[in-house]
Design a protein around this ligand. Sequence first.
Ligand code: BES
Ligand code: MN
Ligand code: ZN
Length: 494
Amino acid sequence: MSVSCIVGNRRSAKADAIVVFVAEDEKHFKAAEKTLTSEIPHLTPVFESKDFTGKANQTILAYGGSATAAQRVILVGLGESSGVTLEKFRRAAAAATKRAAACNCSHVAFEIATINGIDSASIAQAITEGSILSQYRFDKYKTIKDEGNGNMVKKVTLITDKAHQKAVTKGAGIGESIVDGVTLARDLANAPNNEIYPETLAKRAQEAGRKAGFKTTVLDKKKIEELKMGGLLGVNAGSVRPPVFIVMEYMKGPKNEKPLVLVGKGITFDTGGISIKPGAGMSDMKSDMHGAASVIGTMYTIAKLGLKRNVVALVPSTENMPSGTAYVPGDILTFMNGKTAEIDNTDAEGRLVLADALCYADRFKPSAVIDLATLTGAIAVALGTVTTGMMGTDEKTKNRLRVAAEKTNEYVCELPLYDEYNELIHSDYADIKNSGGRYAGSITAALFLKHFVSYPWVHLDIAGTGIQPKASHYTPKGGSGVGVRLLTEMLRHW
Ligand code: BES
Ligand code: MN
Ligand code: ZN
């Protein structure tokens, strides 16, 4: 995938298809009709038919004939101009790109339209994101061509004028770095357990660091034992594959700036362990390292962008397997900070590996810590697959995430951490127990984590948003890459 920016117009642009955005309201629509039909006569019958109204994401494809250098012209609706947002552009760009791909186009050019007071750099970024992300597929294991791995658009050109060239080029570049991070996160999340397990996850993090420019250190089982990470070792006990603890450092901010620390749950497969999960849908648990995928993707993007910030990312990684050596209910684990937890359910494993990572985060004297985890099925019951659950102690960071969420459409919604819920994770034998039962499942999981936190902290439960049951707009079925756009947006405007 590549994106470039050229100065030109809808007639001169060379591509397999040129895309023109059209808003729905009368003033805009009529003006578009007038210029489009005068410049491209073949569009006259299209407008006469009234088949195309400019409704959001509606597309129509026509052939420009001798009027356009591109063989095809795709009109795509933006809806009412007063309601146009960056998300409208992402979705419209995705719809147009899919329409082009359906005609075997591999190169699509977009005419950059400034509308509703949105700056052209942001529009260029949004079009890049929507267009390229809509073409994502996890099809590297398909050796037979079918509708799941048909033709793809591979090249995107943004057309602008001299006055906007600089801004559009910049926006497209930002969009491209973001797309690359999201794509990496999706690839990691979608990869099956026989491709991505702790050691290969670490290899991919190292490779991302080499390519984008951040430092990666991988702590092996021996080091994890020395650190007394009892949560990570406990969950790993049933697995033949050893655990890893991945440390990524990107320190391009001021020397005295405390780093932001990201933590990603890296369970490369969650069988539930001895408290084994039912078989139906268990394959989704190959994506139980989506939190890890999100933080690795974010590190990749911010390094590519060259942000002047200090950011550290931590990934505790293991499988959760049942076996003769596995941890069992009733076991008591001791974490890196000396606290203990009674195991009520071996399927509540994410909080156990995160607990050690949250202890480890301490040594970076973080300004704040944000963890991302496919932590509870309960969050999908509460918020579905649209909104990430947000909990934590740091109002400032929560507000920053809220602002970034509205801009990126990676929504967040806060759940409370009232002290009263703590009785649900009371243990008679240890400091706490690892499961609080069905009620308030996402909250008790977060309260468990809160025991290991000694700095401003926010927890994002992405169990609903990370694993999508079906494709939509520019997001595929399966691993969504959620978090990369959200965190990058937040870090760019910190
Ligand atoms: N990885 C799961 C949560 C999950 C469920 C993620 C569905 C994505 C989709 C987590 O490890 C888990 O099993 N949580 C349990 C906790 C319970 C045992 C307290 C759950 O949600 O049922
Ligand atoms: Mn589990
Ligand atoms: Zn899990």
